[in-house]
Design a protein around this ligand. Structure first.
Ligand code: AMP
Ligand code: GLY
Length: 431
């Protein structure tokens, strides 16, 4: 099988690494990829939004399967275009991708599927939305309907802040078309978990569960980020909780999508709140989570490429993927100003030595290779991932590896996968 992965972050590096391990995979290419991915795989200089060039490349390279990493190309219809061109695409149609690209659509499908979620109302103008605040909160949960690069959700106990956000979305157009509609939602309490399933339109195969660390600082403080780390499996996702989430949320939603003539092929990811009355859906993503993929994929054994290919073309897969025992932990190395003020001047020393070791994995996101060094190009530079028999051991292994790194202008959270900080420096150099 010849595979092309679309995207350029840590998730795509993890996908390339994992798929290349399957015996039936001849080559994994990545478009556009990044300098770190290019060390181990051929990268093609084609952007995810250049659908025509991607289709040409699939023909020229005789690609059997395209795995689409990020949500934007899915929402823009890349999977539809590829399928129409006769190329196997793992990822939902634009219509099915609305589960992520419209939170109002996701609520409608959840309701039709009878799946547990937070009560919500949808608004397109400011006065009714403002008046509705009295029916919710405190705390208030307000969401821009469309894609907003992870910035479209506000959770606050302050009514003024809630009103301000409504004005930003509905009056000032802060998120453009994505914020012309908002949802005001019931606030749920509990532990959050990520559950991903490989879906072929009818059948869902659950992958190991995960938790991501979204906040910038130790102790879950600071602003939300694209992900400071992750662990798998999620300690609170017992087989019983997972069964309830699969049978109560993922499977009925998949069935509902098929019924309305828009079957879902790809990774259906539900962000769950584990409430006292059971798991409830907070959101859907229509792709692998980032950084969840970096910890989940190392724990998937068996023919993953064949499983994704079978899901892509809606056929039963020949063999089943299995879960490895043990745990995986990923820690993000980020620009020391991330997420508010990325400096883009950091250097990470020792990454290549880590990559050469067999007790940790390095997945590159926003790094650049220049003058013989790894520079911190974007907010999230790279992920250090360790896999071990227990979560504690994986965490220790990851932080021990990070402690060998030098350089400047980067930092990491010290408390990924733990209740307290790890005994290593949080940052090096500047600030
Ligand atoms: P979302 O993008 O919809 O997952 O929301 C981003 C984050 O906001 C989630 O990871 C939760 O931490 C929080 N959140 C979203 N919806 C709710 C809710 N109904 N109750 C409490 N917290 C929420
Ligand atoms: N980790 C959440 C996401 O991928 O959006």
């Amino acid at each position: 099988m010849r595979i092309l992965i679309v995207g350029e972050g840590g998730r795509e590096h993890a996908l390339a690494w994992r798929l290349a391990r399957d015996r039936d995979v001849a080559e994994v290419m990545v478009a556009p990829g990044n300098d770190g991915i290019a060390r181990g795989h051929r990268t093609l200089p084609i952007r995810a939004d250049d659908h025509d060039l991607l289709i040409d490349a699939c023909r020229a390279e005789r690609v059997d399967l395209v795995v689409i990493g990020p949500e934007a190309p899915l929402a823009a219809g890349l999977a539809d275009r590829l399928r129409a061109a006769g190329v196997g695409a793992y990822g939902p149609s634009a219509e099915a991708a609305r589960l992520e690209s419209s939170k109002a659509f996701a609520k409608t499908i959840l309701a039709e599927a009878g799946a547990p979620t937070a009560r919500a109302e949808v608004f397109e103008s400011i006065e009714p939305a403002r008046a509705a605040l009295a029916r919710f909160g405190p705390r208030w949960v307000i969401k821009a309907d469309g894609l907003a690069a992870g910035k479209g959700v506000l959770v606050t106990a302050d009514r003024g802040t809630a009103e301000g956000f409504l004005v930003e979305c509905l009056v000032d157009g802060r998120f453009g078309a994505s914020g012309r509609r908002v949802l005001i939602e019931e606030h749920l309490e509990g532990d959050e978990a990520s559950l991903m399933a490989v879906c072929d339109g009818r059948v869902a195969t659950a992958l190991p569960t995960a938790r991501d660390y979204k906040r910038a600082r130790d102790g879950d403080e600071g602003p939300n980020t694209g992900g400071m780390g992750a662990m798998a499996p999620h300690p609170a996702m017992t087989p019983e909780v997972e069964r309830r989430a699969m049978e109560g949320i993922i499977m009925p939603v998949l069935a509902r999508m098929a019924e309305r003539g828009t079957p879902f092929n790809g990774t259906l990811y539900t962000g769950l709140m584990l409430t006292a009355s059971g798991p409830r859906a907070l959101e859907f993503n229509v792709r692998f989570g980032d950084p969840e993929a970096q910890v989940v994929l190392p724990l998937v054994e068996g023919p993953l490429a064949a499983t994704l290919h079978a899901a892509a073309i809606g056929r039963p897969s020949g063999g089943a993927v299995r879960r490895a025992s043990g745990a995986a932990v990923a820690v993000a190395l980020v620009d020391d100003g991330y997420p508010d003020a990325v400096h883009g001047a950091g250097v990470i020393e020792g990454l290549d030595a880590l990559e050469a070791r067999d007790d940790v994995l390095v997945f590159h996101a926003g790094t650049a290779w220049r003058d013989g060094r790894w520079w911190v190009r974007g907010g999230r530079a790279a992920y250090v991932v360790a896999q071990a028999p227990s979560r504690e051991a994986a965490r220790e292994q990851a932080y021990a590896a990070i402690a060998t790194l030098g350089g400047r202008g980067w930092r990491c959270r010290r408390d990924v996968a733990s209740d307290g900080p790890a005994p290593v420096p949080a940052s090096r150099g500047a600030r």
